[in-house]
Design a protein around this ligand. Structure first.
Ligand code: ASP
Length: 335
């Protein structure tokens, strides 16, 4: 390709963070896999990419998804915000699938550009028959240059489906179709190799970087007959708590008073452990532990955000210095 043809191509920055898509076994291919491949190795497996777009590659991290931290994603968001302002057409992030539903949402909260950001990975490493990394990468890059994907925040491309960061969840530990958006559905599909978006997404207010304040937020799940021992240990050590409650926002009755006491000190978000649907506001009023009771005790309604995404919203707000009323307003705005 001559340089004039290359100059007319859309520009995509690919950030490689590691994960199965970048994993291979040592030496002769024996033993378990670990992140070893670079962004240019990933791109080399999809020769048509370089024909279609002008690629810039960065090996940003090379670690399993389980090792990624909030500060890694804040650094990614800072880079994307800067590059989007400079005119990059789109961004692709490759990473471990274990934490992808969380990193996608966190980036969606922190990214303020209009250029598409598309995250992908793989369930089968590059040495396996039918490795899914190359097809996922191709889909992600094509979505990153798709004009309809602009202003949609962060999307996930996986197994020929496109998902919104706010809805996507990892729903299977090994299947190549490991991602779904329960309760919402994919926002698009790859059709004959090209992205087809079914809906536009209303962009939500982003959270300003940097995330300077240290903050600790954990999730405690309501379980049958639980005595809530974790609530007692959480009491002095957390800046915020997320309850993964039963059904539409219910907890064991023995928890109610303690949750109210905690909510008087730190934000306590009420979410559902079911995986989809909303926490209710006033349908059940059976006394201690109903959603009416818990919200009356000062818990904040997490709406349709699942526990993990609610935790990231609360954590990002607290780390950016939000006060209690800003936290409450941010959750109300997303219901
Ligand atoms: N199973 C994971 C993956 O699909 C491993 C990881 O998250 O690093 O990438």
């Amino acid at each position: 390709m001559n340089s004039t043809a290359r100059d007319s191509l859309s520009s995509v920055l690919i950030l490689s963070l590691g994960g199965t898509i970048a994993m291979s076994a040592r030496g002769e291919g024996k033993g378990g896999v670990a992140p070893r491949l670079t962004a240019s190795d990933l791109v080399a497996a999809v020769p048509e990419l370089a024909e279609e777009v002008a690629l810039e590659l960065r090996d940003f991290r090379n670690i399993p998804g389980a090792w990624l931290e909030v500060d890694d994603l804040a650094a990614v968001a800072e880079l994307l915000n800067k590059q989007a302002a400079l005119g990059t057409t789109g961004f692709v992030i490759t990473q471990g699938t274990d934490t992808l539903e969380e990193t996608a949402y966190l980036l969606d909260l922190l990214y303020d550009g209009a250029a598409p950001v598309v995250i992908t990975g793989a369930m089968r490493n590059a040495q396996m028959a039918g490795a899914d990394g190359p097809a996922n990468l191709l889909a992600a890059v094509r979505t990153a240059v798709c004009p309809e994907a602009r202003d949609m925040g962060v999307l996930v491309a996986f197994a020929d489906e496109l998902h919104a960061a706010r809805h996507v969840q990892k729903v299977h530990s090994t299947s190549t179709s490991a991602f779904a958006s329960p309760g919402a559905g994919p926002i698009g599909h790859m059709v004959e190799g090209r992205p087809q978006l079914h809906f536009a997404l209303r962009r939500q207010a982003h959270i300003e970087l940097p995330l300077v304040r240290p903050a600790s937020v954990e999730i405690v799940e309501a379980t049958l007959g639980s005595e809530g021992v974790l609530l007692d240990t959480a009491a002095d050590r957390l800046d915020g708590l997320v309850i993964a409650a039963f059904g539409a926002g219910h907890a064991p009755r023995t928890w109610a008073q303690r949750l109210g006491n905690l909510a008087a000190r730190v934000p306590v978000i009420l979410t559902s452990r079911t995986g989809s649907g909303s926490v209710l506001t006033h349908t059940y009023d059976f006394g201690p532990g109903s959603e009416t009771d818990l919200l009356g005790r000062g818990l904040i309604n997490g709406g349709t955000l699942g526990p993990r995404k609610a935790r990231l919203l609360l954590l990002a707000l607290l780390r950016s210095g939000a006060d209690p009323s800003t936290v409450r307003a941010a959750f109300a705005a997303r219901r």
